[in-house]
Design a protein around this ligand. Structure first.
Ligand SMILES: *[C@@H]1O[C@H](CO)[C@@H](O)[C@H](O)[C@H]1NC(C)=O
Ligand SMILES: *[C@@H]1O[C@H](CO)[C@@H](O)[C@H](O)[C@H]1NC(C)=O
Ligand SMILES: *[C@@H]1O[C@H](CO)[C@@H](O)[C@H](O)[C@H]1NC(C)=O
Ligand SMILES: *[C@@H]1O[C@H](CO)[C@@H](O)[C@H](O)[C@H]1NC(C)=O
Ligand SMILES: *[C@@H]1O[C@H](CO)[C@@H](O)[C@H](O)[C@H]1NC(C)=O
Ligand SMILES: *[C@@H]1O[C@H](CO)[C@@H](O)[C@H](O)[C@H]1NC(C)=O
Ligand SMILES: [Fe+2]
Length: 465
């Protein structure tokens, strides 16, 4: 099947059926990291240590709290007693003169009982402002800070990090440290599969806690925009746990109501010049479903004069040429790809496959069951698809690729890493992928993106390395 798609592509290319002037060869990087299995850090690892102090807030994390970026959801866990759900905050480090009250909750999973999970949304923040905040009021107080995004506008620069399938192995720790070494990045677009607790006996939810302590060093200071992956489902009828996404939903709230969504797994946010749509690969998406109706109404709402960069996050990639999870994203692609082309989505980021891959701008929307037109074609209205499931979790790397490399695939490599999307203005964004073995200035894959709305036919840059 793969070979046939690849062959048909090259054939079409050869007879000049495509609009593009040049036929671009895909690249399969020969680089191989040392293949050891990715091993989870032990429970007594330094990064899992709870903070000192009685009932000290731990697992602090923040995510965007409304549609335009002027609210933030602050979350944390206390273990001995609930304590306070209040957040004190302010723009001066020693004058936290605003306060907001949150709530706490708790859940059980089989024989595990969570700590007291606090969520507090702080609102009416100024744009582009550094805020300090404190949690643990009346007990052990811990202080952090974050910066709100600038007000949305077409030429507002902003830098996103891209991380997926992170897990909590030694490699995960290297990926996070490597990401942190890039001081420009301001928020993370996380494409799903957080902690991999479900790989442990009884889905040992202690691993949800260790993961949250591990990533706190970054996510307490910059918001991570969450996407639900398959490792968030935690559907375990054999343990009496039949509510999908239970631990994930208790721990990682999203601002879904602000975009008219009816569930936390699909929603949108604006951030600077980007409009980010998060989709749920593991919630129903067929016609007439809540997600379908939401997305159908959502695309026309995007004002590309205000937020030129239209980015979609989802977990199971639609275009993936590894022999892992091959075609798992296919049914969702069939449902939604025509909209992605019609509304000129710029970039689609996915995870799930534990490797890296970037496609050319391609679409596959002509097929109607009988016409035989089921081959991806070069399409300047189509997004570039990037698989960035290479965070370094314990399941190890996806190394088995389909051969030959299909024509839609521009670059692929089996290494752990992360990516950076550096939006410059309404027309240009610079994208780089960083493998863990390199210094932080080295990009193993890079590309200038031209915006599909403002430069709909500019193909001069998009396929260059
Ligand atoms: C907090 O202090 C800042 C100055 O540091 C001031 O602008 C703001 O109005 C104060 N807010 C409240 C609620 O007192
Ligand atoms: C949960 O049950 C498993 C299997 O019986 C056991 O190994 C584990 O220690 C239990 N955990 C708790 C927190 O009771
Ligand atoms: C994780 O990475 C941090 C930052 O590089 C380092 O300080 C820490 O010792 C590492 N921990 C483990 C268990 O690898
Ligand atoms: C789209 O955004 C631009 C720039 O912010 C604004 O001038 C315009 O009114 C908006 N259009 C709609 C339909 O809201
Ligand atoms: C790679 O995947 C293909 C297709 O699933 C399989 O036939 C082949 O044995 C795999 N190769 C290796 C080295 O695992
Ligand atoms: C947008 O950014 C690109 C890359 O930095 C630059 O070449 C271009 O001149 C900028 N466009 C405008 C209108 O400033
Ligand atoms: Fe996954």
């Amino acid at each position: 099947m793969v070979d046939r798609i690849g062959a048909a592509w090259w054939c079409a290319c050869a007879v000049g059926m495509l609009v593009v002037g040049a036929c671009l060869a895909g690249e399969t990087s020969e680089y191989r990291r040392q293949l050891g299995s990715a091993v989870d850090m032990p429970l007594d690892a330094d990064v899992f240590r709870a903070p000192p102090g009685r009932n000290a807030p731990q697992q602090v994390h923040i995510t965007q709290g409304n549609h335009d970026g002027t609210a933030m959801i602050i979350s944390w866990v206390t273990t001995i007693e609930p304590g306070s759900s209040t957040v004190l905050y302010g723009t001066s480090e020693d004058n936290l003169n605003f306060s907001a009250d949150g709530k706490h909750t708790q859940y059980t999973f089989y024989n595990y009982t969570s700590g007291y999970i606090h969520h507090c949304t702080i609102k009416k923040l100024e744009f582009d402002t550094k805020y300090y905040y404190a949690v643990g009021i009346g007990q052990t107080v811990r202080k952090f800070w974050f910066r709100t995004p600038p007000k949305s506008g077409p030429d507002v620069p902003y830098t996103f990090g891209l991380i997926g399938d992170l897990g909590q192995s030694y490699d995960s720790n290297i990926t996070l440290a490597h990401y942190e070494s890039n001081s420009k990045a301001q928020a993370v677009l996380f494409v799903g599969d957080l902690c991999y607790a479900d790989n442990y006996p009884y889905h040992d939810n202690v691993r949800w806690d260790t993961w949250a302590r591990f990533v706190e060093r970054n996510v307490a200071y910059q918001p991570w925009i969450w996407t639900a992956g398959n490792h968030e489902i935690d559907f375990a009828p054999e343990l009496g746990e039949t509510k999908p996404f239970k631990p994930y939903s208790y721990r990682y709230p999203t601002p879904y109501k602000a975009s008219g969504s009816t569930a936390p797994f699909w929603y949108s946010v604006k951030r600077a010049s980007a409009y980010i749509i998060v989709l749920a690969s593991y919630s129903s998406y067929g016609k007439y479903t809540p997600q379908y109706k939401w997305l159908e109404a959502e695309f026309p709402k995007v004002n590309r004069s205000e937020t030129p960069w239209l980015i979609v996050l989802l977990h199971a990639p639609w275009y993936n040429s590894y022999n892992y999870h091959y075609m798992e994203g296919e049914s969702m692609r069939v449902m939604y790809e025509p909209w992605f082309v019609k509304y000129k989505v710029d970039l689609v980021f996915a995870g799930h496959v534990h490797a890296y891959e970037r496609t050319h701008r391609i679409s596959n929307v002509a097929y109607n069951i009988v016409n035989g037109q089921c081959t991806p074609v070069h399409d300047q209205s189509a997004p570039v698809y990037i698989t960035i499931g290479d965070g370094g979790n314990q399941e190890g790397l996806a190394t088995n690729m389909t051969a030959p490399q299909p024509g839609y695939s521009a670059f692929r490599e089996s290494s752990f890493g992360h990516a950076i999307l550096d939006i410059k203005n309404r027309t240009h964004a610079y994208y780089t992928w960083h493998r863990n073995q390199d210094g932080n200035a080295v990009a193993a894959d890079s590309m200038w993106f031209t915006n599909r709305y403002w430069q709909p036919t500019d193909e001069s840059l998009d396929d260059s390395q």
